[in-house]
Design a protein around this ligand. Structure first.
Ligand SMILES: Cc1ncc(COP(=O)(O)O)c(C=O)c1O
Length: 371
């Protein structure tokens, strides 16, 4: 039985990730585990907070009756109440448990909200550069991606977004702190976006994907998208802030300012069930009712950012210093980034050139190409 044409095409488009894995495995064999650093996935680099692990141990052993069974599809009522409480404090809007649906991470939250708003051919605006999985999430629900470029600093431009909106535009995915650019969108920009959206007869939903919200550096605070943009759905997860990416726990929260939020909440509950998630993992929901605010040591990530950015700049790269998240978005010294990575691979090979890239100078092998 052949796979469907749609997924065959997607597999081809997504083959980069598989190729990176395969190349990483090959390089480890060739050069030894200790010489290859795996940056291919957004996997946390640190262990979960002590409070999270202690709460997990207690919750797992306390023998809560029916603690491992089904619960209402959006999650345990007391867990949703705890999350609504957190959101009331942080966003300053009257969230109730009914606005919250516990999900299997931010990926599930994004898919649940997209399924709830998209009819075939409807459009979702993505602001480039964006998380590479978004187009697949949109495609899962028959949507069409409309890419809007950002400025040279990777910040969205409201006029460009306005120009891309059509009667079919159902949503805009905002991701701040941004993967991959590391940009944290300023509050003033979000206010301008709200002014533009508020003038539209049918404003698209702002899908605020916030898995990196707690990972911000140099004393920054992330502007609350839902506080500034009225029609917002928040997609959150503890994958990054608590280093729990493999556990699959997060939530979707609808803004109380969404005019039809009860109907949207019903749609999301249904989508969470019928997409096959059914409900978010029970034990982890219970943990988050108590440990939702715990966070990994952000200073450790900030230190790694500093070391990495300094090293890359010294090596001659043009680096966008991340304000949040844990990715570094950089310009390769030659425009063809794929060719450049190939050259780097050769340069590190035993017996290959070991000369280092110096500031203001391209690697010798690269110079040939750049000429
Ligand atoms: C921007 C962004 N959104 C969503 C996700 C998915 O997060 P989760 O693992 O919580 O589903 C990721 C994961 O890397 C991400 O970078």
């Amino acid at each position: 039985m052949a796979v469907a044409k749609g997924i065959a095409e997607q597999l081809e488009r997504a083959s980069w990730i598989r190729r990176m894995f395969e190349e990483g495995a090959r390089l480890k064999k060739e050069r030894g585990e200790a010489n290859i650093f795996d940056f291919t996935l957004g996997n946390p680099e640190v262990e979960p907070p002590a409070l999270t692990l202690a709460t997990l141990r207690r919750v797992a052993t306390e023998g809560r009756p029916h603690g491992h069974g089904y619960m209402p599809n959006p999650g345990f009522p007391e867990v949703r109440a705890a999350i609504a409480d957190k959101l009331r404090r942080e966003v300053g809007l009257p969230f109730s448990p009914e606005h919250v649906c516990m999900t299997s991470g931010a990926a599930a939250a994004c898919n649940v909200i997209l399924k709830s708003i998209l009819d075939p051919g409807d459009e979702i605006i993505l602001l480039a550069p964006f998380f590479a999985e978004y187009p697949f999430y949109v495609g899962n629900h028959g949507g069409r991606v409309v890419v809007v470029e950002t400025d040279a600093d990777c910040l969205p431009e409201v006029e460009r977004i306005a120009a891309a909106i059509t009667p079919r535009t159902r949503g805009i995915i905002l991701n701040t702190p941004n993967n991959p650019s590391g940009r944290v969108y300023p509050a003033a920009l979000l206010r301008d976006l709200e002014s533009m959206l508020a003038r539209l007869p049918n404003p698209p939903l702002c899908i605020s994907d916030e898995p990196y919200k707690s990972l911000v550096y140099d004393g920054r605070k992330v502007a609350e998208v839902a506080a500034l943009i009225s029609q917002t759905a928040i997609c959150f997860s503890w994958s990054k802030s608590q280093a729990l990416a493999g556990e699959r726990i997060g939530f979707l929260a609808l803004s109380p300012r969404l005019p039809d939020w009860p109907q949207m909440a019903a749609a999301c509950t249904f989508a969470n069930r019928t997409l096959g998630f059914v409900n978010a993992p029970a034990l982890w929901q219970l943990v988050m009712a108590e440990a939702a605010d715990a966070c990994v040591d952000v200073a450790a990530y900030q230190h790694k950012r500093d070391v990495l950015c300094a090293g890359l700049s010294t090596a001659g790269y043009q680096v966008n210093r991340p304000e949040g998240g844990y990715y570094v978005f950089l310009k390769t010294p030659i425009p063809d980034d794929v060719a450049f990575v190939g050259l780097l691979g050769q340069a590190g090979r035993a017996g290959g050139s070991r000369r280092r890239l110096r500031p203001g100078r391209l690697h010798p092998a690269v110079d040939d190409r750049a000429a």
